[in-house]
Design a protein around this ligand. Structure first.
Ligand SMILES: [Zn+2]
Ligand SMILES: [Zn+2]
Length: 453
């Protein structure tokens, strides 16, 4: 098949290819609805997505993909590969799976799971039917809501060799998509250790760890006023199960997220927040140990992937009122880490039947993410990212242009320098025990390190 049959003269895939992606997706719709519904009805927390792991891998294996379960040392990660020919270009898609404590699939990762599958399967079928050399890798990525599974997959080589990578996430009410900014997020926890004593009889013998947590909380509240509007620092105190009013608390824990529009700004803010934690220990005489919870980079939407995604959506569904907007969000994703590593795109798709004002991470949003129309919107968005991915494989001049443009984008934000600086800072603290247990099978992620005043 010649390039002229695959590409429009004006740039982009021939409309017959996009129609083919659409019709393949349509043929998968019933099965994908059942799959996302099953995941929706079995919500699982970060690193515990065992039901979704099995359901997704069983499904994609039946589609002819070569599947690796429990991939890269993560129990609930998986990899599915479909290759046509040998040595062709490689593109990647992602399927998230995890839910939120208490409110289930209120972020709609059940839909992300099937959107990744739909994008990978439609692309693979197109390559196969037209004998186009190329490889599609679909990663099942655990723990987006906490822990940052993709960061570990990235470090362990899961994204190596991909020329571009895609995923799509549900958004708010409407008919269309949006390309959104997403903030960088560095999360830490601090454990304060003091000494217990009778709070009435001999309080002077105690060292109050709850006071340390309260002081840290207050320090952060004071700092917050001094930060730009677009910066977010949020925290919570833990440990109340072990506290009694008449006993000086000997242990407490505070978790804190430092969230800024860019990794560079986050890097410049982390020390100010950590100083709030350390000052509280100094003031109360407690010992402290700071651990890292996660580091999510801001999402760098690759410009040329964004432009072509917008063109595909507009040309294919614009006549039905489908829109592609631009928005700013202070949400975060571990897919941001991938976007600093290779050209990546993370559009959101609207849920047509949800109510205006229903946002992810709310009970009401969870009630929409299992609906028929939400599933259709996810599959429609999957077709769009499949089209962009297919063009990467078919249109090699454009693929080079995507890469060159992304390199310039990274240079404009000092991407590689920022990655190494912020990772060095964050990784100087040991992982929290919870994350460490989840990610360390066969991998040494714990570096012993503690801080005491
Ligand atoms: Zn979420
Ligand atoms: Zn999410």
């Amino acid at each position: 098949m010649s390039d002229s049959e695959l590409l429009q003269s004006s740039g982009g895939l021939a409309s017959s290819l996009i129609s083919q992606l659409e019709s393949t997706a349509e043929s998968l719709a019933d099965g994908l609805f059942d799959l996302q519904w099953a995941i929706h009805e079995h919500p699982e927390l970060a690193f515990q997505e065992h039901f979704a792991h099995k359901a997704c891998t069983d499904y994609i294996e039946k589609q002819g993909f070569e599947v690796t379960r429990h991939a890269y040392g993560l129990q609930t990660a998986w990899k599915a590969v479909y290759e046509v020919g040998e040595g062709g270009p490689v593109i990647g898609f992602n399927s998230e799976m995890d839910a939120l404590r208490g409110i289930g699939h209120a972020c709609g990762h059940n839909l992300i799971a099937i959107a990744g599958i739909a994008a990978a399967v439609t692309t693979a079928h197109l390559l196969e039917s037209r004998k186009i050399s190329g490889k599609v890798i679909l990663l099942g990525t655990p723990a987006e809501e906490a822990g940052g599974g993709k960061a570990y997959l990235l470090k362990r080589g899961a994204y190596d060799g991909m020329e571009a990578c895609f995923m799509t996430h549900p958004g708010t009410q409407g008919y269309g998509s949006a390309i959104s900014t997403l903030s960088c997020n560095a999360a830490f926890s601090v454990k304060y250790t003091g000494a217990s004593a009778h709070a009435g009889a001999v309080p002077e013998r105690g060292i109050n760890a709850l006071d340390a947590a309260v002081a840290a909380y207050s320090n952060i509240a004071l700092l917050r006023q001094m930060l730009p509007d677009s910066f977010r620092v949020y925290d919570t105190i833990q440990g109340s199960e072990g506290w009694t009013a008449n006993v000086i608390a000997s242990e407490s824990r505070l978790t804190v997220g430092v969230r800024c529009p860019t990794a560079k700004e986050t890097y410049g803010t982390i020390d100010r927040v950590l100083n709030c934690l350390k000052a509280a220990a100094l003031a109360t005489g407690c010992q402290y140990e700071i651990r890292r919870e996660a580091l999510y980079f801001d999402m760098q939407q690759a410009h040329e992937l964004d432009d072509y995604f917008t063109k595909v959506c507009t040309e294919t569904w614009g006549h039905k009122g489908y829109t592609v907007g631009r928005s700013s969000s202070y949400a975060s994703t571990d897919f941001g880490n991938i976007s600093y590593h290779l050209p990546a795109l993370h559009p959101t798709f609207s849920l047509p039947d949800s109510r205006a004002g229903d946002f992810p991470h709310s009970n009401t949003f969870a009630s929409w993410t299992g609906s028929k129309s939400a599933c259709e919107a996810a599959i429609q968005s999957a077709v769009s990212i499949a089209a962009v991915g297919t063009r990467m494989i078919v249109d090699r001049a454009w693929a080079k242009s995507v890469r060159d443009s992304w390199v310039r984008q990274m240079e404009s934000i000092d991407g590689s320098e920022t990655v190494s600086k912020i990772e060095k800072l964050v990784e100087s603290f040991p992982l929290s025990p919870e994350t460490s247990n989840a990610v360390c099978c066969g991998h040494d992620e714990t570096n012993k390190h503690s801080n005491h005043v």
